[in-house]
Write a new protein. Sequence first.
Length: 503
Amino acid sequence: DSDRILHAPLRSRIMSADEAAALIPSGAHVGMSGFTGAGYPKLVPAALARRIESAHASGDPFRISVWTGASTAPELDGALAKVDGIEMRLPYQSDPECRRRINAGQMEYIDIHLSHVAQAVWSGFFGPLDVAVVEVAGVLEDGRLVPSSSIGNNKTWIDRADRVILEVNAWQNPALHGMHDIYYGTQLPPRRVPIPLVRADDRIGESCFRCDPDKIIAVVPTRHPDRNSAFSAPDENSRRIAGHILEFLEHEVKKGRLPRELLPLQSGVGNIANAVLEGLNEGPFENMTAFTEVLQDGMLAMLKSGKLRCASATAFSLSPDAQAELNADLARYRDRIILRPQEISNHPELIRRLGVIAMNGMIEADLYGNVNSTHLMGSQIMNGIGGSGDFARNAYISIFMTPSLAKDGAISCIVPMVSHVDHTEHDVQVLVTEQGLADLRGLSPKQRARLVIDRCAHPDFRPMLHDYVERALHSGAGRQTPHLLGEALSWHQRYLATGTMRP
Ligand code: 0RQ
């Protein structure tokens, strides 16, 4: 597989994953590639986990900090978390073992907007970046690096790290070369200038990463697939949510507030998001575009059918079947898919300029439109905010969706007050559950509350919610955003005490 490594001096740095992992010292801040199961290093993290395990066995408290693009895979987050090898993790994860350790207080976790990571690292908020471990699809003769199936923060890791370890993955399709757009014009203030992107499919950068070859201390050849799980077929709730969103978009087109081809779409991860895309693929809109962070099965199907003209993202997030389909036909899709650094795919300036339609999942919403995307019962992290904040605040229309009930009906996802706020009432325009859709634009808090209850809450919980608002209106301290502070989180307390929000 060394035919992917065309730069002669780097061939002399080819070594095993164990040898490369031995070059990462305890306490290191390590920037790893990887974004939603795509393009993460497949061998070095596991080798490092073995090294950490034996260090711990001999009493050496070896741990590292792991910075990534977003979530990765069991071979990275899972392997390192299992051996208690992660001191600090940022910015988004979805690994069960990481989640368990974070919630047990054994691992520090910093959950920040994905678009903010690069500038925070350049500003030095997290300290120096000691080592980058980055998967690439190849190294060209002149030393440029062909990116893999995700970009994430790789440009920042490569530019910023003192030392770089490359995994050159021959499983990645060579036809990926030319699909990426690496923009080298970002600066810290006060040197910032406008980013010259005015349409979702504009290319404003270069196809490869630049990297000083002297910084590259190891090159590890691999041939391992990206690991992503399959989506489950859309259930009844997802199909209904998708139906409400489609009806809403058609209404907006009729009103003249959206063009017939809509505006660039952003769609989050998960089964509901995928169901919405399936709905769009069967719906009336043609020539759509996407300006999003992950390209999942539903978007690939839309590209295939021609409904989606082009998609800009930072990573693939495909099931094994969709991945095989893409790989078999990559050259055909290449010109219509653009993978960018996440500081560009999620950039507030671009999301606002393009007028993106953002559609993301949530854990719960409250009567006034505040949304919790990250924490169960106020204190336990689920995954992280990911890009949902980048998109929600800056989108032309920001939509959040969830089934109205969770945990077999024990939990109402519409509550008096959210137990954690990720997206404030000012950033949330549309709430959707299988019950219906609440368009909160142009409404005051009291008007919003009535609409959210009647359109989105499950009928079982509607009387309790109406009762709360009415009593808050009459006996609460203020009439702008009525609350009973002693009761606002009582539903969550009841769930923690009794296992259900039902009285
Ligand atoms: O837990 O599987 O243990 O039962 O939360 O819920 O319904 O499977 O929803 O997979 O669509 O994820 C917000 C987490 C939704 C996701 C979130 C429990 C529920 C289940 C998951 P179990 P579902 P989804 C682009 C944009 C933030 C990042 C983001 C997410 C589990 O969408 O991570 O948007 N978003 N990024 O039972 C207690 C409630 C609950 C609840 C659900 N109200 N209370 N538990 N659950 N509602 C991508 C990136 O940024 C990379």
